[in-house]
Every structure is written in C-alpha cells, then in structure tokens.
Write a protein that binds this ligand. Structure first.
Ligand SMILES: Nc1ncnc2c1ncn2[C@@H]1O[C@H](COP(=O)(O)OP(=O)(O)OP(=O)(O)O)[C@@H](O)[C@H]1O
Ligand SMILES: [Mg+2]
Length: 495
C-alpha cells in the first residue's frame, strides 16, 4: 500500500529560466511531510513533476526505488500519485460528479453509469463534509466548496501518495479541522501525504517532518517537533525575520471620513450595516464565512444588488454602479477570488498592471514605456518573483499572482482600498512586506479596509475591527479590545 519517493537531481527549465536547480531528497512511506518555501521557490513545480503534469528537464523521480517517467497525470494517478492543485483544476460548466469522474468515467457496458458516479460522488462529498448535490454545477460553488470538491475528487482516485498544494487557503477553521481528521485517517491507512502551506501553525500541527526549499533548491529537512515556527520561517526566507507588524501610527483626530456606509442592506446577506473609515485608518472586518463581509463590499461597489443603503466617499454621495465606477471615484476592491475576478491570467503582467489605470484615467494612447516602468517598479516593490517580465500572469507561482493582483489594484492610486484576504497564499516574508505596505498606504492618508479570516493579522494591523455575524454588525472593537477572545466571541455570538 505505502509508497516511497526519491527525487534525484531534478532540474527544470522553462525556456531560458531555470526554476529547479538539481533537487534531491527522499520521502519515506506513510508519513505527512510539510513542503515549505517562499513564493516561487519551486514547490508546485516539483510536485507537478512528481504527479505527471510536467516533465523534469533532467534528473529522475524514483517511486518505490524504480525510475518513473509519467506520461501525464493519468499515468501518475494509476501509480497512486494524486495532486490537488493550488489553482483549482475544475471545469466550471460541469457538475460536481462530472468533474470528479472526468477522464475516469464509470461505465456499464457502453453507457456511462451516471447513477453509480453520482452515488460514489455523494459518498466522497460526505467524507469531506460538503453538503451539496453531486449534480450542482461547479460554477455555482464558492471557493471553499470548490476546494472540497478537489479533495473529494482526489479521494475518489484512491491515492497512495497525496499531494495537497495549499488546501486550506480558502477553508474555514472547522473545514480545516475536518480536513486534518481526514488526513490523519489517510495516514493511518498508509497514505503518504505532502502538504504545502504557508500557514506555519498548521504545518506545525499536522506534519511529521518538514522539507524546506529556497530558490529552486532543497535547503533543509527536520522532524517537525524539533523545529520552532520561527526557525521554519527563517529557513524559508534565508534570514532572520524581525517583527511581522509595523507600529500603528495614530489616526489624526481631525482626519476626514474617507468612506461612510449607512444602513446598507443586501437581500439574504447584509442587514442595515453602518460604518465609517477615516483617512489614515486601517479598518478590519472579522467574521465567519457567510457573515456577509464580502457581500457587503460587493454591494458597495455595485457587483451585487442592495435593497437599501447610502454610501459616501470623501463626504460625497456615491451610488457606485460597477467596480470601474468605484475605481473612478477612488475606491478599489481586491476580491478574495483572485483568479476569477482579480487577474486576467492569460494576459501579460504588464497588461494586468496597467489595465485599471487605463480605465481610470482613460488615456487615449497606451504608453508602453510608462507601462514597463510601472511593471519594473511593482516587481521591485512587491517582490514579485518572475524569471521573465514578458510572461503571462498564469506563469507566476500562486503567491506571486497574489502580489501582482495587489499591485494591480493599487495602480490607479485609490483613496479607499478594500483588500479581501490580502495575504492568502503568500509566504511569510511577503506577508510582512504587505503588512508594512498597508501601513504606508494608510500613513499617506488613504483609508485601508482589510477583510481577513486571520485574527492575528487583523489584531496586528488594524486600528479598529468591525465584527459581523450573519449579516449584522456585532461590534466595532478599538485598540484596547482587540484580542482573539473578543473577536471570536462576537463572531460566534457567544459574547
Ligand atoms: N509554466 C511556467 N512557465 C514559466 N515559468 C513558470 C511556469 N510555472 C512556474 N514557473 C516559474 O517557476 C518558479 C517556481 O514556481 P512554483 O509555482 O513552483 O513556486 P511555488 O514554490 O509553488 O510558489 P507559491 O508559494 O507562490 O505557490 C516561479 O518563478 C514561476 O514563475
Ligand atoms: Mg505553488
């Protein structure tokens, strides 16, 4: 049942750019490994090679001692190696069951055995705890649900080695718990698991051993129990990381209100929400999934219908019709769903970056030189790792796509910036950079609103945090009250 793997001097080039520089290490069967490394370190690429999605340029993968050259992911799956992708790999227009059995259809004679596939799908969905009918179209699912479908699909492949590339990035704490229980069961059954995550607390909890990569190379391995979290972080970035959060500059007493929202209601989601954020303030939104935070902001920028509400930007009424309209009025909203709404992954980095500026300022001519300068600046400022400035956004590693999306939404120079889960999927060094950037933006007189599921992040960053539960504002906590206990109590209604 169990399966051992050895990477032997794996190199990988994308055109002229080498991203893996001779990686060698081995994995014993039946353990849970954490694979750590900064954005762009090569984690996903190495795992895609193991799972048959990419070929190594040189070097060898040995499975149970035998060299393997998988011709595609189906061959790897046949050998028991299954990868759950960081960027989902689901066909949006197909149903859950169709996605799970795509290319692995069950048949009865010549016909597709839909009933059997549906029944099986149901069973795996129950295992991951997703209560959706197998006939639901994937495009009707929210991000966390898509993640659960990916996991259910992997289970249905009967993996002996399961690779999870940031599986909890969009899961709630209770979904994460369920996933961890599932992982423990799989491990008990002898499945080897490779777990990639930037959430070091999770890595600490669930893995037996960690392997650290940096700049396309193997740098260290250790039993998880022997490694403090800070050591993991330092190994990843190759230097000592000092304080994660900048000092909070006080908000001037006479700072003007940058955004005022009064009695906003969104059918099914938000019930008479009012708040105001001042220039120079970092204002957080806490709450469980479904609390209505994202939906409130989607309504504010005109992506969702609101049944009531008055919105003012810099003291002037703003009935925003669309994200573009919002941007022209000086407010940008970076969606949590980067791939769907944040980036055009098939476009170049530069076009992604300059698109919003063009829309805001409506320059008649596209100034290529200025665009290139903006890109060079963004790459430097946000630490975007790319071998090639001319590549398309989809060629960036997951975390670097996030950084590009952030850079893109700041290009039009907004006065009010709304960031929905701004550090999801970014490595610990980049996270720190983003925290410092947020404070710089605020100290320049902008209002920054941060929606986050990471309480530590909200506490470390924000001057005030609004807590929502089932569409209603429960409390707005100032500096003196920003503790995990208070936030959780209001978010869960146990206050
Ligand atoms: N198809 C591709 N074409 C060109 N370059 C690529 C391609 N896929 C990945 N790369 C590059 O390879 C490098 C490693 O990327 P990879 O996705 O493996 O990083 P990662 O460690 O998974 O990072 P993250 O934590 O951000 O997910 C990056 O610089 C990336 O831009
Ligand atoms: Mg990756």
């Amino acid at each position: 049942m169990s399966l051992a793997v050895r990477f032997d001097d794996i190199r990988k080039d994308f055109g002229p750019v080498r991203v893996l520089h001779g990686v060698s290490f081995e994995l014993a069967p039946g353990r849970i490994y954490g694979l750590l490394g900064e954005n762009g370190a090569g984690k996903s690429t190495l795992m895609k090679i193991l799972a048959g999605y990419e070929h190594a340029s040189s070097g060898e993968v040995l499975v149970d001692g035998a060299p393997q050259h998988f011709d595609g992911s189906r061959a790897a799956e046949a050998a028991g190696i299954v990868l759950i992708h960081q960027e989902f790999n689901l066909a949006e227009h197909l149903t859950i069951a169709q996605n799970m059995y795509l290319g692995h259809e069950k048949r009865r004679g010549l016909l597709l055995d839909d009933a059997a596939m549906r029944a099986d799908a149901k069973r795996y969905l129950a295992q991951v705890g997703l209560s959706k009918h197998p006939d639901t179209k994937v495009r009707d699912l929210i991000v966390a649900e898509k993640q659960m479908v990916e996991i259910a699909k992997a289970l249905s492949r009967r993996a002996r080695l399961l690779i999870m590339d940031e599986p909890t990035a969009s899961l709630t704490p209770s979904e994460t718990e369920r996933l961890f229980a599932l992982m423990a069961r799989l491990k008990a059954d002898g499945v080897t698991i490779i777990y990639i995550s930037h959430k070091l607390d999770e890595v600490e909890r669930i893995t037996d051993e960690v392997i650290v990569m940096r700049d396309g190379r193997f740098v260290a391995r250790s039993e998880t129990a022997a490694l403090a979290r800070q050591q993991m972080a330092n190994l990843m970035v190759g230097r000592e990381l000092s304080d994660m959060f900048p000092d909070k500059a006080p908000v001037a007493a006479d700072a003007p209100v940058a955004l005022r929202v009064e009695d906003l209601s969104v059918p099914d989601w938000v019930d008479t929400l009012s708040f105001e954020v001042r220039a120079g303030e970092v204002f957080g939104f806490a709450g469980l999934v479904g609390a209505g935070r994202t939906e409130a902001f989607e309504a504010i920028i005109g992506l969702r219908k609101r049944s009531a509400g008055r919105i003012e930007i810099a003291g002037r009424r703003a009935d925003l019709k669309s994200p573009r309209d919002a941007m022209r009025r000086g407010l940008t909203y970076l969606s949590e769903d980067r791939k769907g709404k944040g980036l055009h992954v098939s476009m170049s980095l530069q076009d992604n970056l300059t698109l919003m500026t063009l829309e805001r300022y409506a320059h008649p001519l596209l100034d290529l030189k200025a665009g290139r300068a903006a890109l060079t600046e963004a790459v430097r400022e946000f630490g975007i790792r790319t071998g090639d400035l001319n590549s398309r956004a989809r060629m960036l590693s997951g975390g670097n796509q996030q950084k590009l999306a952030l850079a893109k939404f700041l290009q039009p120079n907004p006065d009010v910036i709304v960031l929905d889960e701004p550090t999801r999927g970014v490595d610990i060094g980049a996270k720190r950079d983003i925290y410092f950037l947020i404070h710089r933006l605020a100290s320049e007189g902008r209002a920054v609103i941060v929606i986050s599921s990471e309480l530590i992040e909200l506490i470390g960053l924000c001057h005030r945090v609004a807590v929502m539960r089932t569409g209603k504002l429960q409390a707005t906590l100032g500096l003196d009250h920003l503790t995990e206990e208070e936030l959780i109590a209001h978010a869960t209604g146990t206050h």
